[in-house]
Design a protein around this ligand. Structure first.
Ligand code: SF4
Length: 339
């Protein structure tokens, strides 16, 4: 249950048949909405920051179990048996992974089946008939996996055959459009749901996955962890050398986010003018590399028009120091480093 249109409607359709529903919400560590909450400005509209799965649970009057998948999820991202979608989204393996966990929860709850908000033909990678069958098989759920929104277009499942559900009251929605689902939820009095458009997963984001691939190449999958994944979500990224990166905050909330990662890194910030917080990543910079990083930080500070800007550097097993550097304005040097 993401709390979006489809999972909300799927749960409501089951409730209408008298099924007691327990929502299960998975966090992969790559959820855009989780990250937005972590870096939101205090001025942000709180409605945009709420957890939609919990909101849907409240609307439907059902409990929602929040499940953190991140522990073994990186392995799914690095080695997907069924490959990637348009970017680094391993959707078939990801859904299989989620549904294996859902199966364990089904057994723990003593439930009869697992239902999802999947719609046949809605997503090119994981919501076609063949991959849907693969997910059904590899998750171990088999015919205990029901897709209420497209059920009439798919083979009958165990709960339908056993008479727990009336198949004729399940739906036959197909394709990418959302009009049918919107009309159906609104007819049921649910009007406050998130917009169905918009990416919800960093692994489908071109900018994010470009930085992720760079990280895999230079740091290596075996050394990557959740700190790497988190840092790629914010800021401007520059590759200074095969073993050194620089990350600059683009706004106050990103600066605050970067402050959490200063341990074991060099932190840079303009000393006398406003500018971004920056941290180095992957290794500690040499003197020359630190000077280059300082020039980039100066370029993004309010002193970019000045001949020289003072940049305060700290960390890296050395005393705090101030460097006077010329802002690096030369795009022929800067552009190739920008990720
Ligand atoms: S978009 Fe992301 S979260 Fe959704 S199935 Fe694909 S990899 Fe998993």
């Amino acid at each position: 249950m993401s709390g979006g249109l489809d999972s909300t409607l799927a749960a409501r359709i089951l409730q209408e048949q008298g099924v007691e529903v327990v929502g299960v919400h998975f966090s992969t560590g790559f959820c855009v909405s989780d990250h937005k909450r972590a870096t939101a400005s205090v001025q942000e509209d709180p409605r945009k920051l709420r957890n939609e799965a919990l909101r849907a649970g409240a609307d439907l009057k059902i409990p929602v179990r929040m499940v953190d998948l991140s522990e073994d999820y990186l392995e799914v991202v690095f080695n997907p048996k069924h490959g990637y979608g348009a970017h680094m989204n391993p959707c078939i393996d990801c859904r299989t992974h989620m549904l294996k966990k859902a199966k364990a929860i089904m057994e723990e709850e003593g439930a009869d089946f697992v239902a999802t908000g999947e719609v046949l033909g809605q997503r090119p990678m994981s919501q076609r008939k063949d991959p849907m069958r693969v997910i059904q098989r590899e998750s171990g759920l088999g015919d205990r996996l029901l897709r209420p929104l497209s059920a009439q277009l798919l083979e009958a499942t165990a709960p339908e055959r056993e008479g727990l559900l009336d198949r004729s009251k399940l739906l036959s929605i197909r394709g990418r459009g959302r009009r049918v689902q919107m009309d159906l939820v609104e007819a049921r009095g649910i009007t406050d749901y998130p917009s169905p458009a918009g990416g919800c997963c960093f692994l489908t984001d071109e900018n994010y996955t470009r930085k992720f691939r760079d990280k895999m190449t230079h740091r290596g999958k075996e050394r990557m962890g959740w700190e790497d994944v988190a840092l790629l979500k914010v800021g401007r990224h520059f590759r200074i050398s095969p073993t050194l990166k620089l990350v600059l905050g683009r706004r106050e909330e990103e600066n605050l986010f970067l402050e959490r990662f200063t341990a074991g890194r060099v932190r840079l910030e303009a000393a006398a003018v406003k500018g971004p917080v920056a941290i180095t990543d992957e290794s500690l910079p040499s003197e020359a590399e630190e000077a280059l990083c300082a020039a980039i930080v100066a370029r993004y500070s309010d002193g970019r028009e000045l001949d020289a800007v003072e940049i305060r550097a700290s960390g890296g097993d050395r005393e705090e120091r101030i460097r006077r550097v010329a802002p690096l304005l030369d795009e022929t040097i800067l552009a190739p480093m920008r990720l």
